[in-house]
Design a protein around this ligand. Structure first.
Ligand SMILES: C[S@@+](CC[C@H](N)C(=O)[O-])C[C@H]1O[C@@H](n2cnc3c(N)ncnc32)[C@H](O)[C@@H]1O
Length: 189
């Protein structure tokens, strides 16, 4: 966990909306099946960034909240929702450590899309535990689960990770950074 610093994602929002690999096309079906979702209740997408998950999942709930400390990320989320005529999302600028006060429950589902590791995990998990309704869930959404087969690509060509790493090393040096600090997770975010 690293204390949030506004420089972490400065300038990244637009690229996060368009440039990140999409989550699995099976995500909605798996969530609906595993959690018995029936359109009721609310979603909280914490560390929502440009609202990739918030916008994708909002219509599976009566209402949704996208929460992120970075105002440019939230602006991208608002824009993405407007473009899709999705009107049931509230956007909140805050860190997850300030839950539950900034976005009180109850929620049917609380998601963290590659954002949980940025938070004070135990404190945030304990807060979220008290915010989900009976039968609700906290779900960490990512691209891989350790010990499981890598799922089929959603379509776009393979990301050239090795070449990108090489470019980063060439221009920025071997130490991975987040904003003006050193990255907490080896730069996976
Ligand atoms: C890797 S991005 C993921 C964005 C989005 N969830 C997605 O799946 O594309 C991580 C996000 O976590 C946010 N973040 C960083 N520290 C946070 C904290 N303490 N609480 C909540 N969000 C945080 C960042 O602003 C950033 O938008």
């Amino acid at each position: 966990m690293v204390r949030y610093d506004p420089s972490f994602y400065a300038g990244a929002a637009i690229h996060y909306r368009y440039g990140r690999p999409a989550y699995s096309p099976q995500l909605e079906a798996v969530l609906a099946e595993e959690l018995g979702l029936d359109g009721s209740g609310r979603l909280l997408d914490a560390g929502c960034g440009p609202g990739v998950l918030t916008v994708r999942l909002a219509n599976m709930f009566e209402g949704a909240v996208g929460l992120d400390p970075d105002p440019a990320m939230l602006a991208e989320g608002r824009q993405a929702a407007r473009e899709r005529d999705i009107a049931n999302i509230t956007w909140i600028q805050a860190v997850a450590e300030d839950l539950p006060a900034v976005a009180p429950g109850p929620y049917r589902l609380v998601t963290f899309g590659q954002s949980f590791y940025w938070t004070d995990e135990v404190r945030v998990a304990e807060a979220v535990y008290d915010m989900v309704e009976p039968g609700g869930a906290l779900v960490l959404v990512g691209h891989h689960a350790e010990g499981r087969a890598v799922p089929p690509s959603p379509g776009p060509p393979r990301i050239p990770h090795d070449e990108i790493e090489e470019l980063v090393r060439k221009y920025l040096g071997p130490t991975r950074r987040a904003g003006h600090l050193v990255a907490c997770n080896g730069g996976a975010g």
